[in-house]
Design a protein around this ligand. Sequence first.
Ligand code: NAD
Length: 501
Amino acid sequence: MTSSSVPSVKLLINGEFVESRTQQWRDVVNPATQEVLARVPFATQDEMNAAVAAAQEAFKTWRKTPIGARARIFLKYQQLIRENMKELAALLTAEQGKTLPDAEGDVFRGLEVVEHAANIGTLQMGELANNVANGVDTYTLLQPIGVCAGITPFNFPAMIPLWMFPMAIACGNTFVLKPSEQDPLVTMRLVELALEAGIPKGVLNVIHGGVDAVNLICDHPDIKAVSFVGSTKVGTHVYNRASLNGKRAQCMMGAKNHAIVLPDANKQQTLNNLLGASFGAAGQRCMALPVVILVGEAQNWLPDLVEKAKTLKVNAGIEPGTDIGPVVSCSALDRISGLIATGIEEGAKLVLDGRNPKVPGYEDGNFVGPTIFSGVTTEMTIYREEIFGPVLCVVNAASLDEAIAFINANPNGNGTALFTRSGAAARHFQEEIDVGQVGINVPIPVPVPLFSFSGSRASKLGDLGPYGKQVVLFYTQTKTITQRWFDEDDVGGAVNTTITL
Ligand code: NAD
């Protein structure tokens, strides 16, 4: 197909899916085949302003819509997502590359947030203190703040948009979403289903683009809050620019997550968990485990780890039995291959080389097989940079405390995991580790939406995390009412100029 004959991705403005008038387009490409699936516009300033204006107008009525009416939309929405799960996963795999079961997981972890949004009635309740002074009560209202915006990355094109707009809208806000330009198709299908579930026109809007779209979101005076998930470089820019403009901002960013393996851990379970978390989704998860620290005798497990890694099947995500699909783009493949070469140059030992795997039928795909380096030090580029590919760095430590100090010295704080059978070691780890999301024999401890995503340190800017209780505070303004009522016959006493109530 020529570039002009592939389907174009639409903008969503005021309830209508519209063709952009822009001259600037980008292809959405299947990373297993290089087939062009669609082309995505970089929306014009007028189109983006129209999306914000629609959201601003819709806020006038949506903010007053009863809780039950808001909640019921998300009840219906979760049902529609379930009914369309297979189609959503297939779209996701086609444009992003991950395996079909993993794509269903991507949709499912977002679906959980939609289910949670259907509980908004109990989540958005204020507090009341009776008789804070004579005849005086104080209570709080958690009121929506207005137009909110979300900027999302390529690696979870279903889950991460679903972290954002359902909770923002359930709280009574309206929303402008800017999906990743690399894989917007599954996001757009989820948006269509959201409208089918009953989200009124203007309440959810979608713009597409890159730097200009992101900067418009950061600058537009009618946008009150910005949720961002993506790299540290872009997230820091978004946080600074949006904050300078007086907006709330929450930015979940890059990571370098470490696992510690103690020699008393269940060996086979631990090796399976490490491989799944290091190489699943081709290492393109912000909660992947790209660094493992083997403590003491566990250092002898490296040959078994390598042997097991060799059994993982590299293939297109749609092929049954695939463990590792392609990475998202040719440029990602070049970057990862370059970092592997740098690792060798800088003296790390390449104990498993996954470069240039043979994948019959998918010779043009962006494949990298499982790759393992041992003897990695903190000065090496492969340790300092987020590789975001199926590359595992193995480090040795003599004790749990040495391993904890190693992790705490890394600037990132997204996730970490400890493998052990010792409750005392686990508790010590939980107390001493300076990372926001901790797994004990759980490799990817992404919290369910009863809690909030709680990355920390350089992996996050802003106080409040996505979904769960924290995001209700992020997407609402607390208004505190202090009230007293006078009886008809209360004639009042002397004027009181002191500060008491
Ligand atoms: P990215 O930062 O390149 O892109 C994220 C968003 O920013 C996209 O919508 C993109 O269009 C936009 N963008 C890209 N470059 C920009 C620029 N120069 N100026 C303004 N906007 C720009 O991230 P990505 O490659 O799509 O995603 C991978 C990154 O996201 C990794 O670093 C990963 O760790 C991180 N991530 C973090 C979390 C988390 O919760 N901490 C979750 C998922 C992904």
